[in-house]
Write a protein that binds this ligand. Structure first.
Ligand code: FNR
Length: 183
């Protein structure tokens, strides 16, 4: 069975390495996963007053996540935590109370950074919110991608075979696990 996976990227800039990484991951993924990118850069900051007249971008995000069966997060680390764009998307999708669009969806968290720590802080802060949102998260292999500013060629392909193998392994594990969870 083909499973619909929403992809959220935690960087909004055009040349984002996280976005390149997300595309590379979708290309290396097994065939049972079908991906669609969900944009989060246009979401007004969460403000409960706006629920009276829901912003179009919020409605779109909620609809797109509702239509997905699983969610893949690919994010850089901002100040040892998760970028505000991702946190805001989680907040927007979690409300109104009792109508969270995230509930129960199996997630993959991939973090990346130019440095050596691979976005560990972002990865685990994101996991903290996903516990409360009742999203099971793939535990192994963990995906902290260091040095991601040097990973891609001009076509956005992963240059290094070892890294390509590792990314494939992550996606295979996610595909198998999603199939098991969703049945
Ligand atoms: C960063 N960067 C960064 N890197 C890191 O390893 N740990 C960190 O805590 C931070 N903090 C941070 C804060 C802010 C506001 C910015 C803009 C950047 C550097 C970051 O990893 C680098 O800019 C990446 O290239 C961002 O990912 P994208 O935009 O290429 O996907």
């Amino acid at each position: 069975t083909e499973r619909k996976v929403a992809v959220l990227v935690g960087s909004l800039r055009k040349g984002s390495f996280s976005r390149k990484l997300a595309h590379a991951l979708t290309e290396l993924a097994p065939k049972n996963l079908h991906f669609s990118f969900v944009e989060i850069g246009d979401l007004p900051l969460y403000n409960e007053d706006l629920e009276a007249d829901v912003p179009a971008a919020w409605a779109r995000l909620r609809r797109e996540i509702k239509g997905a069966e699983a969610v893949m997060f690919v994010t850089p680390e901002y100040n040892r935590s998760v970028p505000a764009s991702i946190k805001n998307a989680l907040d927007v999708g979690s409300r109104p109370y009792g109508q969270s669009v995230w509930d129960g969806k199996p997630a993959l968290v991939v973090s990346g950074s130019g440095g050596g720590i691979g976005g560990f802080g972002a990865n685990h802060h994101l996991r903290q919110s996903l516990v409360f949102l009742n999203m099971p998260v793939l535990q192994q292999p963990e995906a902290y991608i260091g040095g991601f500013n040097d990973l891609f060629d001009d076509q956005g392909k992963v240059k290094n075979e070892g890294t390509q193998g590792f990314l494939s392994k992550i996606m295979q594990a996610y595909g198998d696990w999603v199939a098991k969870i969703l049945g």
